[in-house]
Each structure stands twice: as structure tokens, then as C-alpha cells.
Design a protein around this ligand. Structure first.
Ligand code: HEM
Length: 408
């Protein structure tokens, strides 16, 4: 663990801290000694300015609720220098009011808990289908053989993507959001702007054109035909909406499910509770979200000089909200390190309230419940076989590989 002096010079977003996933020891120390901490730069991106790290729930909540002081638009909503600002600002997650509200309300209609619940039979069929493909095998990689194909098909189905293209889209989105991990994007972070985004835009245009001439009931058709205040969305707005949803769909529940399964295999007594009473699975889902939030951060930029937790924040300063830290907040949770399927905690994995609170909570919770239910039912004795590896990435908080023996 770092000493107090080290904390002054530590650069929280440097890869050295992220090789084994989110730096929980460092976060614990920051949260208790310095919950609003200044890093003077990012070693992998020497041109980047410094940033504040916020690591406790109360302060993350304070920032999330105050969009006037902490903008999602000014400098973008993520601290990933390889994602161009015009792309971040093209998605409503990277906009402030009034633009944000107009676009979000358009999407909200398709994501109400009631509308999402109607998809449960389809999500279960998709999940069972992927699990059935494992029949006859002794081992598998839970990330690539189970979670990725399920979540890609679920969001693919929503958006109107052909199943044959699921893998292409998953790779493109992984390259974009995991740009700092050498395996998720072997071409390096700069390729996001140079090749990945242009390819996404080009492929999306094909989908847009197809829906214009031949609309169906998928979300892409809804976007193509949507009107806000009498205007239709521009192709750029449609592409950005598509990227937001397909990224969120591909890289969110996969992460929490795989880390949750790893925790269950490491804590068989907790798994036994779920096997004995599957009614506990929704509580286990919340516990997995608390401990393994799919996204390690979102970001804001101060619109004026202000103060946070006693620290002076200057206009234009970058403020990073670290969710893996707040899931372990000792002021909120007893024994935060303990994975307890009965805890049913509140958490900030989906954000800490405010305008940008996750649109996909109902879908994410449903997917996670179905994934845990079906996987545990078919493979109750699954165990880790080999070495799980995490992405070395400051945004996607996920395992890249989780090798398992399927029948124990
Ligand atoms: C484990 C699953 C998921 C987690 C942990 C998660 C987490 C988050 C977080 C932290 C935010 C930002 C909150 C903020 O800045 O205050 C967010 C926003 C968002 N999420 Fe999710 N998400 C998940 C799944 C999904 C899914 C499945 C979708 C849809 C396909 C989705 C769509 C969105 C959208 C559209 C926003 C932007 C909302 C806005 O700006 O108003 N998310 N999510």
C-alpha cells in the first residue's frame, strides 16, 4: 500500500495500478485519507491535464446531482483521451441540458421496466441457446463463450443487428472502450479515431439506409423515424445513439456477470445459498453490481471555481467519479470486502442519481438475473480452472478471460 507521501504523487489512472483490475487498495486508502485527490497527469497520455479522483459515495453523489457545476459536455463524460470529444458530445450521455433531456426522453420510452420485462422470454431463449452450445464440452471461457455472445445478441436484437454480425460489433465496441488494453485493442488507443469509429459510422450508415427504406420494430427504426420538436434526428445523432446503446449493451452486464460468477466460485457457501434458494438471485445481482460495477468511472468538468469535500476545484478541472471505490465505501457497508449474496445493497454502479443515471438499469438487472439463473441451473458445480485475467483499462472494469471447468 502507498504511504501518505506517495498519495500526493500517485497518478490514479496510470496502467501500473490497473493490471489486476480496479486498484481497490489504492481506492481504499484514497477514500479514507483523501476522497478528493489530485493526480497531476496520465503517464500514458502525456498531453493530458491532471484530474480529481472522487472516491466516496457522499461526494460522488454531490457531483452527480449538480450538472450545472459539473458538466458532462464541456470536456466529455469519460476520461478516455482516445475517444474524440465530438464523439462523446454526440451521445446524450455527453450532453448537458437542454439537449440531454430532449434526446434522453426519446430513448426512455423503449427502456421502461414494463417494456423491458416483455423481453424476458427472448433473453432467456438467447441465454439457453448459448449455454446449449457448450453441451459436450468440459471447459469453457465464461467471458468469450458465454457472456459475450449472450449480451451481444440481446442488444443486437434490440437494435436490429443481424446475428451473423454480433461478433464484428462486439469487437468494434471492445476496441473503442477498451482502447487502453493491448489485447482488447491491439492497434492501440489512437486507432479509435483513425479506424474504429470510421468503421462503426460506415457500418451504421448501412443499417440506417436499410431502415429508411424498410422500417421494422427495432430501435434503429425508431431512431430513424423519430421526431423531436418537429425535427428528425440527423444521421450523426442516430449513429451516436447507436454507439451509446451497443457499447453499453456489450460491455456492461458481461463484466458484472463474469466477476459475479468468479466470486460465487470463490465463495461456494454463497453459491450454495443461491442454489438452495434462487429467489436470492436478485439480491446477488445487486451485490455483484456493488463490488463489480461494469464501468470504473464517468467524468465531469467543473463549469466554475467551486469546492468539493474541502478541496478547491477550478473552472475547467476534470473530475473522475470512481465507482469501484464507492462500492467499498466503509461509511456505507459493513465488511465491504465480503461478497454476501443476501446483502441486497444500494450502490452507485449505475451512477449516483442525477440526470445521467443509467438508462439501462431494468435491462441490465433482467439480463444479469437470467444469466445467473440459467448458468447456475445448468452448471451448479462450475469451477475456475486456470487464471482469470482483467482488462488493464480505466473505463471497462471487466475480466477478459475466465477459464472454467463446466461440471466441476
Ligand atoms: C451492469 C450494467 C450497467 C452498468 C453498471 C451501467 C452503468 C452506467 C453508469 C455509471 C452510467 C452513467 C451515470 C452517470 O454519469 O451519472 C450509465 C449511463 C447510461 N447507461 Fe448504463 N450501465 C449498465 C447497463 C446499461 C445497458 C444494458 C444499457 C442499454 C443498452 C445502458 C445504457 C445507458 C445509457 C444510455 C446511459 C446514459 C444516460 C444519460 O446520460 O442520461 N446501460 N450507465
Amino acid at each position: 500500500m502507498s504511504t501518505a507521501t506517495d498519495l500526493k504523487s500517485v497518478r490514479v489512472a496510470d496502467p501500473e495500478h490497473w493490471r489486476e483490475g480496479a486498484p481497490l487498495d489504492l481506492f481504499r486508502e484514497l477514500s479514507s485519507k483523501c476522497p478528493v485527490h489530485w493526480s497531476d497527469g496520465m503517464s500514458s497520455f502525456p498531453g493530458e491535464t491532471g484530474f480529481w479522483s472522487v472516491t466516496n459515495q457522499e461526494l460522488v453523489h454531490e457531483v452527480s446531482r449538480d450538472w450545472e457545476t459539473y458538466s458532462s459536455e464541456l470536456g466529455g463524460m469519460v476520461g478516455m483521451p482516445w475517444v474524440p470529444l465530438d464523439v462523446q458530445n454526440g451521445m446524450f450521455i455527453g450532453m448537458d441540458p437542454p439537449k440531454h433531456g430532449r434526446l434522453k426522453s426519446l430513448f426512455q420510452r423503449g427502456f421502461t421496466p414494463k417494456r423491458i420485462a416483455e423481453h424476458e422470454p427472448d433473453i432467456r431463449t438467447i441465454t439457453k441457446g448459448v449455454i446449449a452450445r457448450l453441451e459436450g464440452r468440459e471447459s469453457a471461457d465464461l467471458v468469450t463463450d458465454l457472456a459475450q455472445p449472450v449480451v451481444s445478441r440481446v442488444i443486437g436484437d434490440f437494435m436490429g443487428i443481424d446475428e451473423a454480425d454480433d461478433e464484428i460489433w462486439a469487437n468494434l465496441m471492445n476496441m473503442l472502450v477498451g482502447g487502453d488494453d493491448a489485447e482488447m485493442n491491439p492497434h492501440g488507443p489512437d486507432s479509435a479515431g483513425d479506424t474504429v469509429i470510421p468503421e462503426i459510422v460506415e457500418r451504421c450508415q448501412v443499417l440506417i439506409d436499410a431502415r429508411r427504406s424498410n422500417p421494422s420494430d427495432d430501435l434503429m427504426s425508431i431512431l430513424v423515424n423519430a421526431e423531436i420538436d418537429g425535427d428528425t434526428l440527423s444521421d450523426w445523432e442516430i449513429v451516436m445513439g447507436f454507439i451509446l446503446l451497443v457499447t453499453a449493451g456489450n460491455d456492461s452486464t458481461k463484466a458484472t456477470f463474469c466477476s459475479g460468477m468468479k466470486a460465487l466460485m470463490e465463495n461456494p457457501e454463497e453459491r450454495d445459498k443461491l442454489l438452495a434458494d434462487p429467489g436470492l438471485i436478485p439480491s446477488a445481482v445487486e451485490e455483484a453490481l456493488r463490488m463489480f460495477p461494469a464501468f470504473a468511472h464517468f467524468r465531469r468538468t467543473a463549469t466554475e471555481d467551486t469546492e468539493l469535500g474541502g478541496c478547491p476545484i477550478a473552472k475547467g478541472d476534470k473530475v473522475m467519479l470512481w465507482y469501484p471505490a464507492t462500492g467499498y465505501d466503509e461509511a456505507v457497508y459493513e465488511n465491504p470486502e465480503r461478497f454476501d449474496v443476501e446483502r441486497n445493497p444500494e450502490h452507485q454502479a449505475f451512477g449516483a442519481g442525477g440526470r445521467h443515471f443509467c438508462l439501462g438499469t431494468a435491462l441490465a438487472r433482467l439480463e444479469l438475473r437470467v444469466l445467473f439463473e440459467e448458468t447456475l441451473q445448468r452448471y451448479p458445480a462450475m469451477r475456475i480452472e486456470g487464471t482469470p485475467r482483467y482488462a488493464t483499462a480505466i473505463f471497462v472494469n471487466q475480466l477478459k478471460t475466465l477459464p472454467v471447468s463446466l461440471d466441476g
